[in-house]
Design a binder for this molecule. Structure first.
Ligand SMILES: *[C@@H]1O[C@H](CO)[C@@H](O)[C@H](O)[C@H]1NC(C)=O
Ligand SMILES: *[C@@H]1O[C@H](CO)[C@@H](O)[C@H](O)[C@H]1NC(C)=O
Ligand SMILES: *[C@@H]1O[C@H](CO)[C@@H](O)[C@H](O)[C@H]1NC(C)=O
Length: 416
């Protein structure tokens, strides 16, 4: 069951993990820089490197929608709201569109929730289209580039494909009118029609105060080897099995439910955040989408994320050395997870834990209120700044048109 390793060896190895307390990490380690240039990139200050113009839209595109359902402020797609608020008072904001490098259209497209709190993206295409029609007729900037110097925050499951079922999302593709814009989105999977070249992948929103409130003393030993809480099967939406998480979660359960090194279950205990701080490895398998908030929670709680999601594009991948922080396991290798994890040497584990202890790493995963240096808002701005200056070829000739306003499903063309 344990991949041929002797029980004694495992216990010895296990004992050494328990011994890696945060005390050692604190002693002189806090100033350790993240390898390579990533640390410098993370701590970059975007102020002075870009100017953003925020379009003023009628409140029906943003504030009114939020008034109808305040849950939009706490769910994992809340970045679209907090990014708007952040930009309104950010030093990179300019009130003079003539000097702007980037244009931002504040549309809350992910705030139409079912009674259970799941976002329904069905109106989002019409809403986006309506907003773009408005900015393109009231200001001259959209028509200049057809959106190539505009960015949109689209944190939904499959970004601007605006559907929660992958097949349907792929069929729809990225909303045509957003084809030239830069998308800031949670969804990230290589070679996927819903991830456009040049998009900025961000972490899902996880409530900073709530996580802060559950911090336990940093020298608490990590006595859990592998931790996971969540679904293994989604019987409601995938009754036959195999589609949900492409079977990876089911495989975790089938292979390791009786393995004492694996603390895994579907129960969501009240000590969930505390448990992550007592664990060495936290599984972050794909679900319906490649990512989940576990990735953020792992980083915040110093639990090494074990990423099981082939071809995932992680948040701020150009700034954060994910390969060095986490462990990547191919979906097909889930049955070997025990051997893979027990073969990682204590030195390597300690190094990953030190990187995770770096405050700039945690800061980059959060959208705090108010904003703080190096947080996810700043990483987004850094991502936008790194795309400047714009290629001159984005500016269209006065009568040139590239986008087709009537492309896409007929339903998307109805007024919003
Ligand atoms: C931009 O182009 C659209 C469609 O061609 C046109 O209706 C609109 O008036 C133009 N906007 C401006 C500000 O000229
Ligand atoms: C600008 O865009 C054109 C056309 O897409 C491309 O050929 C050129 O290499 C780009 N220039 C730079 C500096 O990226
Ligand atoms: C725009 O898209 C519509 C719908 O797909 C299509 O019928 C029309 O021919 C397209 N127009 C142009 C100019 O390509």
């Amino acid at each position: 069951m344990w991949g041929g390793m002797g029980i004694l060896a495992i216990l010895l190895l296990f004992a050494s993990f328990v011994g890696i307390g945060a005390k050692e990490l604190e002693q002189g380690q806090q100033t350790e820089r993240i390898a390579g240039s990533a640390g410098d990139v993370l701590e970059d200050d975007p102020v002075g490197r870009l100017k953003v113009y925020v379009y003023e839209l009628p409140s029906k595109y943003n504030k009114k929608i939020l008034q109808k359902d305040s849950r939009c402020l706490t769910h994992m797609f809340a970045a679209e709201i907090f990014m708007h608020r952040f930009l309104l008072s950010s030093p990179v904001r300019t009130l003079n569109p003539e000097e702007a490098d980037w244009f931002y259209t504040p549309v809350y497209a992910t705030c139409d929730l079912t009674p259970n709190g799941l976002p329904l993206p069905f109106k989002s295409p019409r809403m986006m289209r309506s907003a773009i029609q408005l900015i393109s007729s009231n200001w001259p900037y959209w028509n200049r580039t057809e959106g190539a110097d505009h960015f949109f925050v689209v944190p939904h499951d499959f970004g601007a494909c605006f559907h929660y079922q992958e097949e349907k999302a792929i069929e729809r593709g990225i909303l045509h009118l957003l084809k030239r814009a830069t998308l800031v989105q949670t969804f990230g999977q290589r070679n996927h029609v819903c991830l456009k070249e040049g998009s900025i992948t961000i972490p899902p929103y996880a409530p900073p105060q709530k996580m802060q409130a559950h911090l336990i003393p940093p020298d608490t030993p990590r006595s859990i080897f592998v931790y996971f809480r969540g679904l293994f099967y989604d019987v409601g939406n995938d009754p036959e099995g195999g589609y949900y998480a492409r079977g990876a979660r089911a495989s975790v359960w089938e292979n390791f439910k009786n393995n004492p090194l694996f603390d895994i279950s579907t129960d969501h205990p009240t000590t969930y955040y505390e448990d992550m701080q007592r664990a060495v490895f936290c599984l972050c398998p794909l679900g319906w989408a490649p990512w989940s908030p576990r990735l953020v929670e792992g980083v915040i709680f110093g639990c090494i994320p074990v990423i099981i999601a082939d071809d995932i594009v992680l948040p701020f991948a150009d700034a954060i050395p994910w390969e060095e922080i986490g462990v990547f396991v191919a979906e097909k290798d889930v049955p070997k997870l025990d051997t893979i994890l027990t073969s990682i040497s204590p030195d390597v584990i300690l190094r990953k834990q030190r990187l995770l202890a770096n405050p700039s790493m945690k800061q980059a995963m959060l959208f705090p209120q108010p904003a703080q240096p190096g947080d996810a808002f700043h990483q987004i701005l850094n991502g936008l700044a790194r795309k400047l200056p714009h290629n001159k070829s984005i500016y269209l000739k006065s009568d040139e048109k590239i986008l087709n306003w009537t492309a896409g499903p007929a339903g998307d063309l109805k007024p919003w």
